[in-house]
Design a protein around this ligand. Sequence first.
Ligand SMILES: *[C@@H]1O[C@H](CO)[C@@H](O)[C@H](O)[C@H]1NC(C)=O
Ligand SMILES: *[C@@H]1O[C@H](CO)[C@@H](O)[C@H](O)[C@H]1NC(C)=O
Ligand SMILES: *[C@@H]1O[C@H](CO)[C@@H](O)[C@H](O)[C@H]1NC(C)=O
Ligand SMILES: *[C@@H]1O[C@H](CO)[C@@H](O)[C@H](O)[C@H]1NC(C)=O
Ligand SMILES: *[C@@H]1O[C@H](CO)[C@@H](O)[C@H](O)[C@H]1NC(C)=O
Length: 587
Amino acid sequence: MLLSSVVLALLPLATLASPLSSRSALYADCKTKHSWGGSVPSSLWKYHSTPDPSTLLNLRLGLRPSKFDTLLGHLSETSDPFHERYGKHLSKAEVDELMRPEDETIQEVKEWLDWHGIEDDAISTSSDRWVTITVPISLAETMLNTTYHVYAHTETDETIVRTLEYSLPSHLHDHINLVSPTTYFGTTRGLKLTSFVKSSVAIPSLSNNVTPSSSCNRTITPTCLQDLYNTAGYVPTEIKINRLGITGYLEQFASRADLASFVEQFLPAATNATFTLEEINGGQNNQSDPGVEANLDVQYGTGMAWPTPMTFYSTGGSPPFIPDSFTPTNQNEPYLNWLEFMATVPDNEFPSTVSTSYADDEQTVPADYAAEVCNMFATLGVRGASLIFGSGDAGVGSGNCLTNNGTNIVVFQPTFPASCPYVTVVGGTAHISPEVATTDFPSGGGFSTQFPRPSYQSAVVSAFLKKLGSTNAGLFNPNGRAYPDVAAQAQDFQVVVGGEVVSVDGTSCATPTFAGVIALLNDFKLAKDGKTLGFLNPLLYAHPSALNDITIGTNEGCGTNGFSAGVGWDPVTGLGTPDFVKLQAIV
Ligand SMILES: *[C@@H]1O[C@H](CO)[C@@H](O)[C@H](O)[C@H]1NC(C)=O
Ligand SMILES: *[C@@H]1O[C@H](CO)[C@@H](O)[C@H](O)[C@H]1NC(C)=O
Ligand SMILES: *[C@@H]1O[C@H](CO)[C@@H](O)[C@H](O)[C@H]1NC(C)=O
Ligand SMILES: *[C@@H]1O[C@H](CO)[C@@H](O)[C@H](O)[C@H]1NC(C)=O
Ligand SMILES: *[C@@H]1O[C@H](CO)[C@@H](O)[C@H](O)[C@H]1NC(C)=O
């Protein structure tokens, strides 16, 4: 859809406010929007080369929404179980209205683009708020007073076009939240949370019991999880309106044949299990090239929530990138592409629950980019979606944990999007009776350095910090958004990949498991009052006893023992693992 036909048509050139001479002075006064201070923020990316200045860049401008604070007010009321507006989610049309930029914003941006000779027909958008222009790198460099370079991933051949800093005319800082691609250096392959693939030792139990079979202590199947989390026997009824979404990035494809084989071996009742495919931004689903992550997510989403309809969102544009003469390197940023797509999904196709098993080190994500992506998660929550993310597989931090802001000191390294306060984050557990924090890898947990602690968790986090005392003092931000919120099993999952059963560990196992339980809870809620749960955290923190508190285990990292699980919320297993029967009682 061309933006010119949507928004800019309101503003023909003749209405431009300022004479060109004063525009010239206005655009000469520019101010840094984001800077990494001269060095690449992630050791995974190294300078590779200077791109040809005529290379075309798809530059996206995220315009400031007119009423985002109002939207956050709605989110806070409609997700608060004690508020009279609890569950009264907004429609797409209502969210679009709140997110629409002011006319003044559109006008200022339009005048700036026009000044640089960018015609209306070079502009397109998927929603009124995102303006995409296709320009040579040389022009982007002039507009943003910057220099783009090609960077190569140190462990793969992938290349990306990025810059270490960029500027905007001072007066546009109030109108443009983000320009992309600029300074976001995703750790790409590192996004994938699956940490270990082991050969299978499966002797699964296929019959549901009140207590899980002892084999579940070392081998996880859907039956184990149904028993452990008390969903066994629940029959979904709202399968015409409820929907579980699974996101896939990084050319991770979900195989239909592997799903059929999984179901045959581990969930025979689900003979017709399938999923709908949404291909976003050139995303594919090559059936000859199944990915462990995507298969795991789709198989355990099915394992927990079948026959709830499921959509696999395959978002493309990530490495391995197929070069063509115009765009020789990857310019895309997966969350933004997916979020832009979700903003266009009509209410009757909107998922109630979405599972995402990908993460970045928070310090490699520019603050303005993280804020924009996190705010866009809030726009999905306020429409009634429960967004579930994994906490990561590296305890309190991966690698050497050195800061990248020039100070070069060791601090805990939280992950993003887990650090965003508008999503629900799942840590990992293992074994049964007792269920403990993961033992084969340290489950991700900690405190954001970018996002402050939201009020819904302030009581339990304060209580935890009081017990913690001076342990780890100085290594984390005690005022930051703390995660995980909850936990689920994350070791020894039996997954079919390319026809073979393999055994997988990682919080990417816990994420679709918890999301599947929430998809069932959404089914229950829809049957009860026609509403979905939406953003979950205020509800969960108001009823910690609806989760099984996990009190044993640690999440070491950064050369420390990390944090310890204990009674109540902790940054290893959060509030604990789900008990579906108790959760039904609180919704
Ligand atoms: C553009 O950036 C350079 C540094 O890269 C700086 O010296 C110069 O002042 C900037 N120009 C404007 C107009 O801000
Ligand atoms: C489960 O496995 C753990 C670790 O191997 C072991 O310590 C525990 O006793 C086992 N529990 C049961 C119920 O078998
Ligand atoms: C799959 O089977 C279940 C149980 O028989 C049924 O309720 C559901 O409608 C079926 N789903 C599809 C997509 O055919
Ligand atoms: C699908 O994957 C197979 C196996 O990796 C590969 O040979 C084939 O070229 C891929 N097809 C497309 C359309 O990318
Ligand atoms: C660098 O990051 C650390 C850890 O987040 C922080 O404590 C420190 O204030 C930062 N320093 C600068 C100069 O930004």
